[in-house]
Ligand binder design. Structure first.
Ligand code: 13P
Length: 250
């Protein structure tokens, strides 16, 4: 079965509720009737309700950028999977490199978040990727394998049904430097092999692996034409409705 591509916007810490409403007003007509790919927008939590309301009945799903592993509790600043589900949210990003870099996210907390998200039935986009020094030292494959093994720890293939992995080389995020399609495809193959080790071959062959890192309308089609690349996780270029629509329609 061919893997349906997933094109996801990660808005990071951009846009207010009003700006979110404006985005959907302009974006939805540009992608209406587009069924070839799954489209997801992940705004900051403060915009989730507005985004969900604006996208209701459309072909665009809404995701969060993070999720806590407990259903509720004294965890200031966090949001649980149950809370996301209550709002109608279907997707979530877990373990983004900015969380790992600036907010103390570790392989272990990524694993706990991922487990909770999958158990709640959220389509969970687990991010992995090497920093520049690791690539230059020839450690990329080791880093990707370690991040995957630790993220997937004690998750069964059955529980992982809604798992998606995003390969985001940290040196390509927000830098304008994109991994070449060939280089991205090589990293995706490493991730798929690791997924096969953990979850089995059949699961791995159906697993969607997205590429993220300076995806733009100009480079989307060459990246998406790689058989190993099953979609994109787009930061900066997803903030503008025209530019994100152009990526969706690569
Ligand atoms: P940019 O597309 O801005 O490089 O960001 C990529 C990213 O981090 C998506 O999660």
């Amino acid at each position: 079965m061919p893997r349906k591509k997933l094109i996801a916007a990660n808005w990071k810490m951009y846009k207010t509720p009003d700006q979110t409403r404006d985005f959907f007003r302009d974006f939805l007509p540009l992608v209406s009737g587009h069924t070839r790919d799954e489209i997801v927008v992940c705004p900051p939590d403060i915009d989730l309700a507005t985004a969900h309301g604006s996208a209701k009945g459309s072909n665009v799903a809404i995701g969060a950028q993070n999720v806590h592993w407990k259903p509720e509790g004294a965890f200031t600043g966090e949001t649980s999977a149950a809370m996301l589900l209550a709002l109608g949210i279907t997707h979530v990003i877990v373990g983004h490199s900015e969380r790992r870099q600036y907010f103390g996210e570790t392989d272990d907390t990524v694993n706990m978040r991922l487990k909770a998200a999958l158990e709640a039935g959220l389509t969970s986009i687990c991010c992995v990727g090497e920093v520049l020094e690791e690539r230059e030292s020839g450690l990329t494959d080791d880093v990707l394998r370690r991040q995957c093994v630790r993220a997937f720890h004690t998750i069964s293939a059955k529980k992982a049904a809604k798992l998606v992995v995003a390969y985001e080389p940290v040196w390509a995020i927000g830098t304008g430097k994109t991994a070449t399609p060939e280089l991205a495809a090589e990293a995706h193959a490493v991730i798929r092999r690791e997924a096969a080790e953990v979850f089995g071959d059949e699961f791995a062959s159906g697993l969607r692996i997205l590429y993220g890192g300076s995806v733009k309308p100009e480079n989307a089609s060459s990246l998406m034409s790689q058989e190993e690349i099953d979609g994109a996780l787009v930061g900066g270029a997803s903030l503008d409705p025209k530019s994100f629509a152009a990526i969706v329609k690569y």
